[in-house]
Structures are given as structure tokens and as C-alpha cells.
Design a protein. Sequence first.
Length: 278
Amino acid sequence: MPDSRVTLRLQNVTKVYGVGDAAVTALDSVDFSAQAGEVVMVMGPSGAGKTTFLTIAGALLRPTSGTIEIAGTDITGLKEKDLPAVRREKVGFIFQSFNLLESLTALENVRLVMTDITPRSATNRARELLNMLGLSRRLKSLPKNLSGGEKQRVAIARALANNPDLILADEPTANLDSARGQEVMQLLRQIALDLGQSVVIVSHDHRIREVTHRVLWLEDGRFRADVITARDAVCGQMVEVEGAPTVSFNGMSYYFCAEQCLKLFEAAPRRYVEANKG
């Protein structure tokens, strides 16, 4: 179970891009917190502000207003030169495209981010993490020789290398099939519980909702607690039921992200219903 230690806190955070008539509010007075040992998933439609939220949470982007605390450190007023240390020591990043260096082995990719310890200690730490993640036989493998699931586990090991308080994951299952996606999510949940780290995930993948402790819906730059969602039977995207295109089939209501998916469903409803069973 999550403990009471808050590893990430955003208070009244707003981010505005541009000025005057060209101004776009990506985040609007957002409040958010994540506790140690907790896995939180942030969902929402495209353009909702999810990427901006994750980028600000990882100290990669400054908000227009509001405060951000990571593991008890208020980073809002820190100088730019002080932020890399915060990111390196307190935050681990997991990217959709893995972001592994193709010329380096799995071991070298993990070891590379550990700059504050001796090379031997970094090697030992990298080997320990990769062994823990079931990659003991792949230490010397280049990324091109790894499966998608193995690449993501290397990326997870790299995110854990400096023992951060917070793990931020951007669509971590997007390039994986269903089985590998579930495997990665179970792994992240276990890491959160065993190591006492917070894992915050931005994703469209409805398959991983059950592995998380909380699911939040972000839309128009704000979190909404009262949103009822359903899975689009055609594209699989999670959509807000209110206002979504809908159709009834065999006594069931189906909701869609756009009219195009609705039309595809109407053309072959049995096909999509059968494909989504189970």
C-alpha cells in the first residue's frame, strides 16, 4: 500500500504558451499529489495537457505560475543550473520510444546515467538492476537485438539507476503488445510497492488501468473527478461518455472518440463486438 510520504506535489499550477490573442492555456490551476508506493495514471483526450503536465512534473519545463515539489524540495524557484541535479537524483524517466543508445549494450545504457559514483560501482548497480528485471543474459546485448519488452525493461532499469523518489512514464506500453504491456505495468507496480517510489504514468492505454492505484482524467488543462469513461470499440481509446458519439447494438451502448469510429462500427458491429470480448 502507498505510504503517506508525498513525492510529487503540484499546487495551483498553470502553464500558458504564447501571449495575447495567441495565448493557449495548457494547464489551468492544477493541483496534484502522488504518494510513495503509489501508481497513478493520467488519461485524457489529445491536447488535454498531459504532456505539459508530465514535463512540468519532471522539472523539464517551468510553469507560468504555481509551485512544484519533488520529494520535499520546492523546485519552483530553483535556478536553471540547479535543475539537472534534481532530475538526475530525484526523477527517473521512462519514454514511449525507449530512448536507448543503439551503440551501447543494455549494461552500458543503464550505467551511463550514473555519474556520481565510481565506474565499478555504476557497473555493479546496472548489473544488479538488470538482473532484478530478468535480463541477466542480455547484459551485453545491443538494443537492436532486444525485443520491445526487453528494451522497456532496460529503460526501467535506467530510470531506477539513481534510486529516484519519482518515476515518470510517458506511454510506457504504447510500443508493446497486450501481454508485454501488462508485464511492464505489473513490474512498475511492484517497483512502486517494494521500493517506495511513486510512479506517475501518462497513457491512452485502457488495458493498464487495473494495475494502477488511481486513474485521473485530464481535459482542457484541468483534472476532472466526475468523468465517466468508456473504451472506443474501434480504436481502443478511452473516451468521456458525456457528449461522445454513441450507438446501441444488441441492447448495449457503445461510445466513440469521433464520428469516423462510429461509422466504422456501424458498418460491421459484430466484428468489433467479437474483437473486444474478454
